[in-house]
Design a protein around this ligand. Sequence first.
Ligand SMILES: C[S@@+](CC[C@H](N)C(=O)[O-])C[C@H]1O[C@@H](n2cnc3c(N)ncnc32)[C@H](O)[C@@H]1O
Length: 246
Amino acid sequence: MTHVHVVGFGMGPHHLTGEAVAALAATDYVLAVRKGERDELLDVRRRICAAHGVELVEVADPERDRDDPADYPGAVKAWHHARVEAFANVLEQRRGTAGFLVWGDPSLYDSTLRIIDQLAARIDLTWDVVPGISAPQLLAARHRIVLHEVGQPVHVTTARRLPEALDAGERNVLVMLASEASLTTLDALPDWRIWWGANLGTDGEELVAGSVGGVLPEIRAARDRARDRAGWVMDAYLLRAPSEKS
Ligand SMILES: C[S@@+](CC[C@H](N)C(=O)[O-])C[C@H]1O[C@@H](n2cnc3c(N)ncnc32)[C@H](O)[C@@H]1O
């Protein structure tokens, strides 16, 4: 029998919860994909495993077909399937208690739990999940805000789907998986409020808040600064329609 701890580690070793530390202490080895020469996310996992005395088993990431964007879901499915095969081989060989380390929390825009479901359909497996600090939690904490008005909803979506959320009448939206290009959607919302953050929880953290029209240039500059400093940028933001109170 093989058991797996799926452990959210927030934005790095400094965010590991007590529960995550206990799970790592009970883990024989951690599995992670290796994407190429330069892989910051793998480096973080290496640091965590070294600090907690857990062996890291690196599996080469299967090739992903990026040639046919029309079949994006099909390409992602095939890629996930190949990852499952690679992980299943290691788990079947080594058994014991394995770990997967997940950036932020496994419940948000992360495929680890879907991969585990597929693994469980293929091999004898039990698993549990240890939550980590997610980007939306950090965003709220850094800006010292509640993500919604009293008793009101917050709609969580991707930057790609933001136009669709706005068309549907959403007025308090938490946006993830942003990109430079997707910021153009904000041009049409000058009087909305925004609470934005990039590379939260890292040394190069950037924060901007205000009316969209007033701070959009500042956000673009801060985004560039975050990327220049870290070599990568991940940002998330809360958008609120003008009639709502902040
Ligand atoms: C693949 S998702 C992973 C989310 C992660 N599981 C979580 O719980 O936050 C990546 C997206 O999360 C957000 N994100 C992750 N880390 C971030 C950070 N340190 N600062 C700002 N946003 C971050 C960004 O929107 C990024 O595009």
